[in-house]
Design a binder for this molecule. Structure first.
Ligand code: AMP
Length: 483
């Protein structure tokens, strides 16, 4: 199905085809017509599914029809949780909007504010921003929203997890009440639905994947290993398989730094990307990783959110995340845009509870394979059987008397004292419908080995592996960004 059948103009269709986007992805096929109709849209789409184009393309088409942005005004606002994601969304919106002369800018913290103020002077069609910097810019009169037509919340789940709810409330109070609202989130847990209810007017709900499912084209497996042996095992695997462009996830910043040192000592060029690094250092590490001047990028969960490195063949979890949903986000870095990829986790006995939570969330057991020479002395206990997730009865959508208008709506009441979802502490587990639900403290790895008996014998694994690379032609845009 061509993009033009979704209602996009021939110019945009030709531009996309010329750049290798032959057919829309499932989220694009559903979201583009809905957004073009002017409705509010709430879409559950996993990372890597093409969601940026799903909201950018119709937005660009609609903005191209209206009047140019006035000085210091934004016509569409995209809020993202991280700087990297803001830069990436802007980059995409800029490329997609080129033939229609759409002006896009990105503003985020960690870099000087003055150049951003200057770039906003002439007004922008699409402003991509992280919440804190946007509020700073507004306070300094660098940006106003009198003419704002569209608001996009990208990765809304992460935005709440990172504690942005208060900033979001403040921003909502600055926006005109009559606007179109679009919300994208990998998961739609209750607190995200609460946020959606408070912001949106009768949204069209789009769900292209079951919540928290992992991409089918990502091969997931794990190697049981002793905690102390993990760095050595990682180095062994990278060298043995000659893996390049390896994204490694570490739970902590300190762990990430330590691992980079060990990799460097072993002759593997690596860099870390986490919250303690300056924005310039993060951007440099990412650019070096993309142009392959470094072999391994070690990232923490928050820093890695939104990274789009095309054709990433393998993601390795040196340790498992303590929030099961983060596993889904982590492995979403590979197998993007329907390419294939591998996600490997090195799992030690003390991580069995994290593993159980993850397997429960993704509703399957991750295949275990042992690496000869690295068999653990502390065996990883058996995983628990998978129990079906409890489905919660959907809450009745009470009619609201004062909701935010969409473009065609009438009523509104978008003030700062509007009831939004309660603030969540950063990085608190965000469990959804999990029959195994425990408190956060319950999730810490058991100090003692579990009473469960270790697996008898070893799974058939212990095979030599080859890294799986793309089976799909990349678009010229992707080729450029991956080279
Ligand atoms: P996103 O989920 O928006 O981060 O997109 C993931 C990747 O898919 C990016 O590298 C996009 O360039 C690519 N992509 C998005 N839409 C398409 C499409 N229709 N055809 C091919 N690649 C796409």
């Amino acid at each position: 199905m061509p993009f033009s059948q979704l209602g996009l103009s021939q110019t945009l269709n030709d531009h996309l085809v010329a750049n290798g986007y032959a057919t829309p992805t499932p989220i694009q096929a559903k979201a583009i017509p809905a957004i073009l109709s002017g409705r509010d849209v709430m879409a559950a789409a996993q990372t890597g599914t093409g969601k940026t184009a799903a909201f950018s393309l119709p937005m660009i088409q609609m903005l191209a029809k209206g009047q140019k942005a006035k000085n210091n005004q934004a016509r569409a606002l995209v809020l993202t949780p991280t700087r990297e994601l803001a830069a990436q969304v802007h980059d995409n919106a800029h490329r997609y909007g080129q033939p229609l002369g759409i002006r896009s800018e990105a503003v985020y913290g960690g870099v000087k504010i003055n150049p951003q103020m200057q770039r906003l002077r002439g007004g922008v069609d699409i402003l991509v921003a992280t919440p804190g910097r946007l509020l700073d810019l507004h306070q300094q009169n660098a940006i106003s929203f009198d003419d704002l037509e569209i608001l996009v919340l990208d990765e809304a789940d992460r935005m709440l997890d990172m504690g942005f709810i208060h900033d979001l409330k403040k921003i909502m109070a600055l926006l005109p009440k009559k606007r179109q609202n679009l919300m994208f989130s990998a998961t739609f847990a209750d607190h995200i639905r609460d946020l959606a209810r408070s912001l949106m007017h009768n949204p069209e709900q789009i769900d292209v994947t079951p919540p928290n499912s992992t991409a089918k084209n990502v091969k997931q497996w794990l190697i049981p290993a002793d905690k102390k042996a993990k760095p050595k095992l990682l180095i062994h695997l990278i060298k043995q398989h000659n893996w390049y462009q390896v994204l490694v996830f570490s739970r902590t910043k300190h762990g990430a730094n330590k691992l980079v040192k060990l990799l460097d000592t072993a002759g593997i060029n690596a860099a870390a990307i986490h919250g303690n690094k300056s924005q310039a250092a993060r951007m440099k590490a990412l650019a070096n990783f993309k142009d392959k001047s470094i072999q391994v990028l070690v990232a923490t969960d928050i820093a890695a959110r939104g990274l789009d490195i095309s054709q990433l063949p393998i993601v390795i979890n040196i340790d498992l995340p303590n929030v099961a949903e983060d596993y889904v986000h982590r492995i979403g870095r590979t197998g993007r845009a329907e390419q294939t990829g591998e996600a490997l986790s090195l799992v030690s006995a003390d991580e069995i509870e994290y593993l159980n939570d993850i397997e429960q969330l993704i509703q399957k057991h991750i295949e275990r394979e042992y690496e000869p020479g690295f068999e653990p002395s502390h065996e990883v206990p058996f995983s628990k059987p998978i129990r079906p997730l409890k489905t919660k009865r959907p809450k009745k959508n009470k009619p609201k008397t004062g909701n935010v208008d969409n473009r065609t709506g009438t009523s509104n009441n978008d003030s700062s004292n509007q009831k939004l979802a309660p603030r969540r502490k950063p990085n608190k587990p965000n469990r959804t419908n999990n029959s195994n639900t425990k408190s956060a403290s319950d999730q810490r790895p058991a100090n003692k080995p579990s009473a469960n008996k270790p697996r008898q014998g070893k799974p058939s694994g212990q095979k030599q592996r080859s890294s799986n690379t793309s089976n799909k032609a990349l678009s010229p845009w992707d080729k450029r960004s991956s080279s």
